[in-house]
Design a protein around this ligand. Structure first.
Ligand code: FRU
Length: 488
């Protein structure tokens, strides 16, 4: 059910986010930086625009902004479909799969065995390894797969492997239903289960998926962050990514955190994990910009879905709690054409300020202001509107896409307004960064203290923005920048 002409110009085709040339994509996989190149692999079904037998698609980038499509990297075989996983560079060749001069790029992923599933066996998922000696171009599956077997678990997947510089060992975190498991290895081939985390903490609306575990600095402290995607159970429905901040000694992850914390409060940032082999202070995440509640039904034709902009992660401490922040990577700024800016934009109480622009859908809007009631309405000439609303006395921010365009493709897409209480917002200023592409909006408040990622499908690009406030208000450093397409 696809057309033969792929242009990257189709309606709803995001212009500065990665999407596959054609067909179905879900989770980012095996993201690794090597020899100046960022590699993005992803869950891919090359025969249709819905989920199917999983492969790993592949794309590369020199700057995390422009992407080049590469050949499909991993194909399913008799051991199963190729589910999500990670990739590392085995610099010392501990695995023996390459040489020290040409270290192997090692991917560790989940096999999902369909034969077993059909035979109603429970243990359909195992962890396996493949390696590349030519920088991710071609791959060889390890001869003794699987490397981590499964005797009794239904859900057992999404291994995230990383080198632990403190213990000089490899670590791997995966999910087993309602918990994460942490493993150690010397050679990437033999793994020892060290600990489990999570049965009694966090959100368990569905099974846990796509974990990641990494260190971040905050002032003079070092903390470890465990990301866990869960579907369903997200704050605004369906799929979402929670995180825990704590400590990790190479074997066990512990935390004092009591409440559930979310990476993103929008509906469309799922299965996000970070790149390996980057310098320690560059912790960069990419998420799948969709949601399992309706992801297979979105109104695109040749391809389905895109990735979030790559985001730099950092830790903040507010009211004695660790908060994970995310902002678009700096290189994104290369795409901006400065078009309109004003040092101060005055909003008179109860007067609407209208701002017209040929296509707001390919732009970024920045400003900061006192935290007062403020409503932003993006709309077009065919009555589609997307409403962002901050309500001061409730300290509440909402994204209303219920009239944003095409919404009737899945019952769960536009059932409610997505509302978030901004508990951690303690300053009396709010800094807005809003990035609109043809079928997505990413909103970052106060440098990513809060982020909201949502898909939208306006019948025509939004060309008007209405700014409404009940008080007199000044928007400082108001800037609208068109964003260049990366697909020219
Ligand atoms: C998350 C997920 C993973 C799994 C993959 C299958 O979106 O369900 O747990 O490995 O997708 O495509």
């Amino acid at each position: 059910s696809t057309d033969s002409t792929i242009t990257y110009k189709e309606p709803f085709r995001n212009q500065f986010h990665f999407s596959p040339e054609k067909h179905w994509m879900n989770d980012p996989n095996g993201m690794v930086f090597y020899k100046g190149i960022y590699h993005l692999f992803y869950q891919y079904y090359p025969d249709d625009i819905v989920w199917g037998p999983m492969h790993w698609g592949h794309a590369t980038s020199k700057d995390l902004v422009h992407w080049e499509n590469k050949k499909t990297a991993l194909f399913p075989d008799k051991l199963g479909y190729i589910f999500s996983g990670s990739a590392v560079i085995d610099k010392e060749n501990f695995s023996g799969l390459g040489t020290k001069e040409n270290p192997p790029m090692v991917a560790i992923f989940t096999y999902h065995n369909m034969e077993f599933e059909k035979a109603k066996k429970i243990n359909t998922q195992t962890q396996a390894l493949a390696y590349s000696l030519d920088e991710g171009e071609t791959w060889t599956k390890y001869k003794s797969n699987p490397i981590i077997n499964n005797l009794d678990k239904k859900d057992f997947r999404d291994p995230k492997c990383f080198w632990n510089e403190s213990t000089k060992e490899w670590n791997l975190v995966l999910v087993a239903g309602d918990r994460a498991q942490i493993y150690t290895s010397k050679n990437l081939l033999n793994w020892k289960l060290e600990s489990e985390f999570g049965q009694n903490i966090g959100e368990h609306g569905g099974v846990w998926e796509c974990p990641d575990l990494f260190k971040l600095k905050i002032n003079n402290e070092e903390k470890w962050v465990l990301l866990i995607s869960v579907n369903p159970g997200a704050p605004n429905g369906g799929s979402g990514t929670q995180y825990f901040v704590g400590d990790f000694d190479g074997k066990t992850f512990t935390t004092n955190q009591k409440d559930t914390k979310w990476l993103d409060y929008g509906a469309d940032n799922y299965a996000g994990v970070t790149f390996s082999n980057l310098p320690e202070d560059e912790r960069i995440l990419v998420g799948w910009m969709s949601n399992w509640s309706y992801g297979q039904k979105t109104p695109t034709k040749n391809w389905r879905s895109s990735m979030t902009l790559p985001r730099q992660l950092s830790l903040n401490k507010i009211n004695d709690q660790y908060i994970l922040q995310s902002t678009p990577v700096n290189s994104f700024e290369k795409l901006l054409k400065k078009d309109y800016s004003k040092a101060v934009l005055d909003i008179k109480s109860n007067k609407k300020l209208q701002f017209d622009y040929p296509s707001l859908n390919e732009s970024q809007i920045n400003f900061q202001t006192k935290a007062e009631n403020l409503k932003l309405v993006f709309y077009n000439d065919v009555k589609d509107s997307l409403v962002l609303n901050y309500i001061k006395n409730k300290n509440e921010f909402s994204v209303d896409r219920t009239h944003s365009g095409i919404i009737n493709f899945g019952e769960n897409f536009a059932t409610k307004v997505h509302t978030t209480v901004l508990k951690n917002l303690i300053s009396d200023q709010i800094k807005y960064q809003i990035i609109l592409d043809r079928s997505s909006i990413e909103i970052f408040l106060n440098d990513g203290l809060y982020s909201f990622t949502e898909q939208i499908f306006p019948n025509k690009p939004y060309n008007h923005l209405k700014i409404i406030s009940e008080e007199d208000l000044k928007l400082k450093d108001f800037k609208v920048s068109a964003v260049n397409s990366i697909w020219n």
